[in-house]
Design a protein around this ligand. Structure first.
Ligand SMILES: Nc1ncnc2c1ncn2[C@@H]1O[C@H](COP(=O)(O)OP(=O)(O)OP(=O)(O)O)[C@@H](O)[C@H]1O
Length: 358
């Protein structure tokens, strides 16, 4: 229980390195007033020993400002994350926020993000998963690719993958549904069309975290995660709780997209998740004579990649077949693999597999 008198002060205390406060992160286990004394309990799961002290000092300072409170007793219980994920060779992976989910059996996890909605993030995630699956099966490997749609605002993956069933629950775990050899789980399988999605940030975070932790993926080489669009606190918390191996940011050619792309990259920088590259979508229209018509301008992806000191992974043309395929539930990599868009997705998938040493 948190006493109303203490709540505003506690909400001013930010988790070190984050713009989120400790109350919305769920770290305050209790806060009461006894006479002129505040008694606060904090429960923090972290491997970083400096965090509990910083949070405690932040709480003491905030409470000292409160009229009528002359003393504060702040106790912190610290739990270490159960099994910290192994850092990839050469990478630093110190995560100093709430505990990460563990996804046993999953070798590599790639997040697909975008600074804003509607740039084709889900289209990219779906086609990336299909292209990776195709490349791995060409190598004679078993089909072990998963796709997790965390886009709670507009989960479009079920439609794009042609899946409309409800997942089974076995031993309290959701069983992914499968099409084109890809194991898929989406918030869209669980929400029905009438569910209002006007949830608040912390609620979204909790829901997605629970969702992410309760899927029985089995053995996977790669899990592609379609994040909710944007770079706000909900996205940041989610990025922090998944043991990600890398992230791709999808953008469009307009130069205005560069600043939002930068915000996306900063989000991954904060949690030490390596940026694998920028994918530019809707880059151009191919004319019948093979020439390119850059109707949305040119260079956004390249500028963003340079700015972020990462690679422009590829440029996907505007292709009506992408929209039609999405509506019919057949990704372009499956329906028209030889189209310029299909080939672009496949080339990016190959590059990413190489970067992840798979
Ligand atoms: N290269 C393309 N050519 C033509 N249509 C495209 C292309 N990329 C995406 N689209 C279409 O644009 C729309 C938005 O794409 P998508 O849902 O993948 O974007 P998003 O960034 O995931 O959006 P949201 O933020 O709403 O989830 C879809 O109808 C999709 O079919």
């Amino acid at each position: 229980m948190i006493d109303d008198k203490l709540l505003p002060a506690l909400k001013q205390v930010k988790y070190p390195g984050f713009s989120r406060d400790i109350v919305s992160f769920g770290l305050v286990s209790g806060a009461t007033v006894e006479g002129n004394r505040a008694v606060v309990g904090l429960a923090i799961t972290t491997a970083d020993e400096s965090i509990p002290l910083k949070v405690k000092q932040g709480v003491e300072q905030a409470l000292a400002q409160l009229p009528g409170i002359e003393a504060a007793e702040v106790t912190v219980s610290v739990t270490k994350p159960k099994t910290p994920p192994p850092p990839a060779p050469g990478q630093k992976r110190e995560v100093s926020g709430p505990a990460q989910q563990q996804l046993p059996g999953v070798k590599k996890i790639i997040a697909v993000a975008s600074g804003k909605g509607g740039v084709g993030k889900s289209t990219f995630a779906v086609n990336l998963a299909c292209a990776i699956d195709k490349l791995l099966s060409e190598q004679g490997r078993p089909r072990q690719v998963g796709l997790m749609d965390c886009d709670i605002y507009g989960p479009s993956v079920p439609l794009m993958m042609g899946i409309s069933a409800r997942p089974e629950v076995r031993d309290n775990m959701l069983t992914p549904l499968e099409n084109f050899g890809i194991r898929v789980m989406s918030m869209g399988f669980l929400l029905d069309e009438t569910t209002p999605v006007v949830w608040r940030g912390p609620m979204i975070m909790k829901t997605i975290q629970q969702f992410a932790a309760n899927v029985d993926w089995g053995e996977l080489d790669v899990l592609v995660v379609d994040l909710p669009p944007g770079t706000g606190d909900a996205q940041l918390s989610l990025v922090q709780t998944l043991p990600l191996d890398g992230a791709v940011i999808v953008t469009t050619p307009q130069s205005v997209a560069v600043s939002v792309t930068r915000r996306g990259a900063m989000m991954f920088g904060k949690v030490n998740v390596p940026l694998l590259g920028v994918a530019e979508n809707m880059s151009y229209l191919q004319n019948p004579d093979g020439s390119k018509n850059f109707i949305f301008g040119q260079g956004g992806g390249e500028i963003a990649a340079r700015d972020l000191e990462t690679e422009l992974l590829g440029q996907v043309p505007l292709d009506p077949a992408i929209g039609q395929g999405s509506d019919r539930g057949i990704p372009i990599v499956i329906g028209h693999p030889d189209s310029a868009a299909g080939e672009s997705f496949t080339a990016m998938a190959k590059n990413l597999l190489h970067k992840l040493k798979l």
